[in-house]
Design a protein around this ligand. Sequence first.
Ligand code: ZN
Length: 494
Amino acid sequence: MKSKSLFLTVLLFIAVQIAAAQDSLQVKKDVDRVWDSYELYHEASIKNRFIKHNDVVQLIQKHVSSGLFASEEIGRSIKGRSINHLSYGRGRTKVLLWSQMHGDESTATMALFDLFNFLSGNDEFDSLRRLIRDNLELHFVPMLNPDGAQEWKRRNEQEIDINRDARRLVSPEGRALMEIAKKIEPEIGFNLHDQSTLYAAGPTNKSATISFLPPAYNYAKDMNDVRKRATRLILEMNDALQTRIPGKVAKYNDDFDPRCFGDTFQGMGISTILIESGGFVNDPEKQYIRKLNFYAILNALESIARKSYEGQNLAKYDIIPENSRSLYDLIVRNVSIQKEGSVFKTNLGINLNQIKGPGYASMFYNGRIEELGDMELNYGHHEIDASQFSLNPGKVKILTKAEWDKMTKVEEFQLIKEGFLFVKFSDSASPAGPLKDRLINLTNQENGPLKAAGIGQPAQFLLTKDGKPEIAVLNGYVLDLNKEVQEVPNVFGY
Ligand SMILES: [Zn+2]
């Protein structure tokens, strides 16, 4: 009799374990199915990364009227723009997420509004929503630095870097964040930023598309329970992201800086996670990285609600590669260059520098040669094997302004194939600066702006074989001259 009841108890225990495992798998599968259904939650009114305070305020009103979110103003920027705090859920674990402390780092702001759409939805994912709502109390401060966002700049209107203001609290934005953190006393914090698109995940050709950090709370970089929890949550997000962007997750340098909010909050007992959105090939507007943010944060929220992160082995954090500054936008390898009477083979590292467009609502690009020499340890987002080619600065075509105005893209492409990279007007001066919807640059100089390839020179040149142009590098972008006409984001007037 006794052994029979023991047998039944063991059987019941096994059944409960299996049910729990299936339940866990079910929810895990839900988050992955949300990825597939992302378009349903994608906030369509946010079309690019240049989101402004007005957009944010309107979207917050939409979510407050749904009744699931509460909102309050927790401060004003130097220019009087509201800093808004939204809350959602009635659970016991408090989580604070803030984005765009640096005005030109908006990827997570876009993702938070996608997340709000998901959280206020009503569909097959209700069990996941209920899990989050019943276990978590979420607090959001999207776009902490609205003045910086308005002009697409890192610092606030006082020219204070808010993330170096955690001790002094000179900025109203920094004060608002510190006050809300002290009022709520969250267990977990998410500090959401963007990093250079030129960081790689370790010494590889793979972008550090997402980088993580559980900031240190002292110079010795000690690990306590607060920091360990942040690290385990990073491992949860890393596991999820590796299924989407294998090898493209890195970790940020963990040197302690007491001026930073993440380091300060970690020391205050808030398990703080830094998420840095970096680059992804052919995603200059960071719309795919926005989706990755949404997915990583949703995975983290699910994990916090279920406390599943507790099972993560901290040693796995050591395996995540470090951010490495070894990438260029374009590397031209082994090209033959003629300079000062000598001919030699070398490599060119080219980067696309950003130039803000009108109203700080768009971006132009300015491709420049930033390295020349041994680039064995560097990688390019794009690379050209130019071992068969010579670099040629391209010719200047003289045209009237009227001829230029009526020229088609196909005609411009034909001119490039004939070796021309610049047009000079015969009857007037041409404008300087970025030119949209063109392939050929303008110049007011007889011989064109590029004399020979050198550091700081515009990345405008032809790669020729036996004197015939095969590839054009136009403002840092690559055109294959043996294919149909291709486009570039912008060229230049010099
Ligand atoms: Zn930042």
